[in-house]
Design a protein around this ligand. Sequence first.
Ligand code: 13P
Ligand code: ZN
Length: 288
Amino acid sequence: MIVSSKKILLEAQSGKYALGAFNTVNLETTRAILEAAAELRSPVIIQMTEKTFQYGGGHAMYQLVKNLADFYFPDLPLAIHLDHGRNTDVVREALAIGFKSVMMDASTLSYEENVAMTQEIVTEAHTKGAVVQGELGNVPYKGEVTDVEHMDWDKYMTNPAQAEGYVRATGVDTLAVAIGNAHGSFPERPTPDFDRLVAIRERIHLPLVLHGASDWQEMNVKKAIELGITCFNVETATKTAFLNTLRQTLNESNEVDIRKILMPAREAFKAAVKTKMKLFGSEGKAVV
Ligand code: 13P
Ligand code: ZN
């Protein structure tokens, strides 16, 4: 059953656990996420990016997730979310398709531009009954940083006082924060800046989202939840599990049935989703 991401995030926030927001790109990854959630009775956010719109078609991908959920998992609470909408066109496209949860990621722009663009989208989204995630500070990607070895992390971190003003000015429903987290295989800040997270949490009472933490040690994930993170975006951990298994299957057999080649990879993706759900504490929390 498709529900509002805000509803399940607020439930997670008050229950002191976190949700996984898992990126999907196709049928295999969508089924893996849904099956994992259903087997663990975990609420879940399934999300996709602009690149997935380009790959599969935004409408088609949205309907794929919705149809699978409606037909096969009618009592599973799940939200469908646009991840990293980097421009207003793609966010508007998602809203027109029917997404009720979108990210306006203007985090690489100046503070003023980020506020203006996000505020504009929040107004439009709220009239359509959709909720918006903003990002302040910036969670870096490998390709976007020239000198990864000598990162000036302070430039990327969320400023707690500024975040308070950002939330007030934009009206966002959830906020992605930067405390030393980084996307993909980027070498992270050696330790997350937990004092900063505490300072953000003291000022902001909305659900806080952590991108780029799928390679974090369990200890740090648990601490982040304890200190106020309510949602973890996960792509690298699940993608790596899928690809490693797919490579192994292809190397070890001459199978010609595409389904038999993809199934073990799909199962590995599903197992990685389950591992994260258990770590986040969302297992057994599905109530419809
Ligand atoms: P990871 O690369 O750590 O999985 O982060 C994914 C993400 O933030 C997607 O928005
Ligand atoms: Zn992200």
